[in-house]
Write a new protein. Structure first.
Length: 186
C-alpha cells in the first residue's frame, strides 16, 4: 500500500480504486496516523443515484467504523466540508456537506458530542458565507447598474454631439446637457 502514500494531493478519484480491505489493512499498520491520513485523501461522499443527494462513501464509512479514534477521522472529513475551489454558492456546498453529519453510521456518544459542535460551527460559517455572498451579489448588481446608467448617459450625450456635428441642428435637450467641449473632457 505504499501507493496510498503517493496519492495525497492527486485528487480523490485515484483513491476510489483502493478496496476497503486493502485500505483498512494499510491503515491498521499505523492506526493513529494512517486513519486520519486516509480520511484526508479519500472521497468522503458521493451523490446517490436515486436521490442525487450527498451520501457517505463506503470508504468513509469503513474508516469511521474501524478507526481507533473516529473523532480524528471525522475531523478530517469536516475540514474538507469547506470547499477550496467551487462554482456557484460555497455556502450551499458547505450546507450540503454538513447534512452528511445527520446520517453518520453507528455513532458513539463521544462522536455525537463532536458532531453537535461541528454542526454548530458549520452553521455559523455557512451563515457568514451566505452573508458575504449576498453582499458580493448586491455590490455586483450595484456596479452593473452604475455601468448601465453611465453607458446610457454616454450614449445619449454622444447622440446629442453627433446630432450637432452632422446636422448642425441642436438637439431638443441642448439647454440641459453639457456642452460639446465638456463632453470631450470626459
Amino acid at each position: 500500500m505504499a501507493v496510498l502514500d503517493r496519492l495525497h494531493g492527486f485528487g480523490s478519484s485515484r483513491t476510489d480504486a483502493i478496496s476497503i480491505p486493502a485500505l483498512l489493512t494499510w491503515c491498521d499498520q499505523d492506526r493513529d496516523v494512517r486513519y486520519p491520513l486516509a480520511a484526508a485523501i479519500i472521497r468522503f461522499a458521493h451523490r446517490a443515484k436515486e436521490t442525487g443527494s450527498q451520501v457517505w462513501s463506503e470508504q468513509a464509512r469503513a474508516l469511521l467504523a474501524n478507526a481507533p479514534d473516529p473523532n480524528s477521522v471525522l475531523t478530517e472529513f469536516v475540514a474538507r466540508f469547506r470547499p477550496q475551489s467551487w462554482s456557484g454558492s460555497r455556502a450551499a456546498l458547505m450546507e450540503e456537506n454538513a447534512r452528511l453529519l445527520d446520517n453518520l453510521p453507528d455513532s458513539s456518544g463521544e462522536l455525537m458530542a463532536y458532531v453537535a459542535d461541528a454542526k454548530a460551527q458549520l452553521a455559523r460559517e455557512i451563515a457568514s458565507e451566505r452573508q458575504q455572498e449576498t453582499e458580493y451579489d448586491r455590490r455586483a448588481v450595484r456596479i452593473t447598474l452604475e455601468r448601465v446608467r453611465a453607458a446610457k448617459i454616454h450614449i445619449r450625450l454622444l447622440g446629442d454631439v453627433r446630432t450637432k456635428e452632422y446636422t448642425g441642428v441642436p438637439s431638443s435637450s441642448d439647454s440641459s446637457e453639457p456642452t460639446k467641449s465638456a463632453l470631450m473632457v470626459t
